[in-house]
Design a protein around this ligand. Structure first.
Ligand SMILES: CC(C)(COP(=O)(O)OP(=O)(O)OC[C@H]1O[C@@H](n2cnc3c(N)ncnc32)[C@H](O)[C@@H]1OP(=O)(O)O)[C@@H](O)C(=O)NCCC(=O)NCCS
Length: 140
């Protein structure tokens, strides 16, 4: 069974390891410490853990852009990729949060993630410094 739930403090070790293993896919390549991670955890960025049969396999991040829109993104453990997990988790979160618009940023070089985002309905808006800004408008 697959579920998505809010991240808890005892998920931070799992989260940090996966997040730091994916820095090559981020615009800001900084590796974070547990202390920095804890600081974020208590701020406005919201993370959700994806669990497959009770095992954490990835996470979705969301952060406020405006009251009516949110930035989202996902990272999945390598051994669980290409099974539809990110597509399922992102569409589930977007339905749950009920915002009219979602945004995300993806590196131009990350063709795999771009394909995923296009598959779930994101459209390219603009490009800057090697990143693509994408938007999805939800149907009313
Ligand atoms: C990008 C990422 C989150 C995708 O997660 P995932 O659970 O494997 O994605 P899905 O299985 O839902 O794939 C959805 C679509 O993305 C594309 N895709 C995913 N993996 C792919 C691959 N290895 N090669 C080509 N296309 C791929 C396909 O279009 C796929 O649809 P399809 O399987 O029907 O062809 C995952 O590869 C990952 O964590 N990568 C490293 C971190 C990263 O890039 N994060 C995003 C930063 S913006």
């Amino acid at each position: 069974m697959i579920i998505i739930r809010k991240m808890r403090e005892n998920d931070l070790i799992f989260f940090l390891e996966l997040r730091n293993s994916c820095v090559e896919f981020l615009h800001n390549k900084k590796v974070f410490t547990m202390e920095e991670c804890r600081h974020w955890f208590n701020k406005s960025i919201r993370y959700y853990i994806i669990e497959l049969d009770g095992t954490p396999v990835g996470y979705v991040r969301t952060s406020n852009k405006t009251r009516r829109s949110i930035y989202i993104g996902a990272d999945i453990l390598p051994e669980y990729r290409r099974k539809g997990i990110a597509s399922w988790a992102l569409t589930t979160i977007m339905d749950m949060l009920q915002k009219p618009k979602y945004y995300l940023e993806v590196l131009e070089t990350n063709t795999i993630a771009k394909k995923l985002y296009e598959k779930i309905g994101f459209k390219e808006l603009s490009r800057k410094d090697g990143s693509i800004l994408m938007e999805k408008e939800m149907l009313k």
